[in-house]
Ligand binder design. Structure first.
Ligand SMILES: [Zn+2]
Ligand SMILES: [Zn+2]
Length: 246
């Protein structure tokens, strides 16, 4: 099973990172459509594309407007984006409003079903996350493999979402703030690394990859990985175009 990180920052892109976008090429699945979404063309291996959105903040959905190039550069037969109904409506009414983007991008919009059977045999489910405007986390289970994606929420080992992560082979979790910025994390609905590694340890996941990294950090040394690894050793920092086999 291969996961490709197409965008590993949040809020805005910087010279090293595009905003939130993950891809499972074998399944024809993309999780979030931030600015990294234009890179889908480089990895597409299926003739259908299913895009699952955690929420409708621009750093997670603006890439839907890049669909014209994706369709132009690939022989896609069908593309569908799924989100919770209210967030779908926000995208339809605002992102796709004529004064913002005059022609509807070539992708269907559909409400996120409770359970989705993917083309490669995986089963995708979702669960709510606390975030201003609300967000959802995703879990995908294949026979003998599992993945969870949690972004745009305040990490805490006591949070309700942690039970949905139990035992996954790979957890991709946001980590935006340092541990000295807990107040800001709470205010904006984001995570501090110290809490993220506690979540990974409590949920007994196999491997933790950090994404939605603060774009203002000048380099990855500022993230504090060695301290975090004392709590959960199998922690890595996600970088754009990183390919993870699990
Ligand atoms: Zn975000
Ligand atoms: Zn958000």
């Amino acid at each position: 099973m291969k996961l490709v990180l197409l965008g590993t920052t949040g809020y805005h892109a910087n010279d090293r990172r595009q905003t939130a976008c993950l891809m499972l090429p074998e399944a024809g699945v993309v999780l979030d459509a931030g600015t990294g979404f234009y890179r889908v063309c480089d990895y597409l291996a299926t003739d259908t594309l299913d895009v699952f959105l955690t929420h409708a903040h621009l750093d997670h959905c603006v890439g839907l407007t890049y669909m014209f190039d994706v369709r132009y550069r690939t022989p896609l037969q069908r593309a569908t984006a799924y989100a919770e109904p209210d967030r779908l409506e926000a995208i339809r009414e605002h992102l796709f409003a004529k004064p913002l983007f005059p022609v509807h991008p070539p992708i269907d919009l559909a409400p996120l079903p409770p359970k989705v059977e993917l083309a490669d045999g995986g089963v995708l489910t979702h669960f709510p996350l606390r975030h201003p405007g609300e967000s959802v986390g995703f879990r995908i289970d294949w026979p003998g493999r599992s993945l969870a994606y949690v972004t745009d929420t305040v990490a805490s080992p006591d949070a309700a979402y942690v039970e949905h992560l139990h035992g996954v082979d790979l957890l991709v979790h946001e980590s935006y703030f340092g541990d000295d910025e807990a107040e800001q994390a709470e205010l904006t609905g984001h995570s501090c690394l110290g809490e993220v590694v506690k979540v990974a340890a409590k949920a007994q996941v196999g491997r933790l990859i950090l994404v939605h990294i603060n774009p203002l950090l000048e380099n990855d040394d500022a993230i504090g990985l060695s301290e975090a690894r004392q709590v959960f050793a199998n922690t890595e920092i996600g970088v754009d175009r990183m390919e993870i086999n699990f």
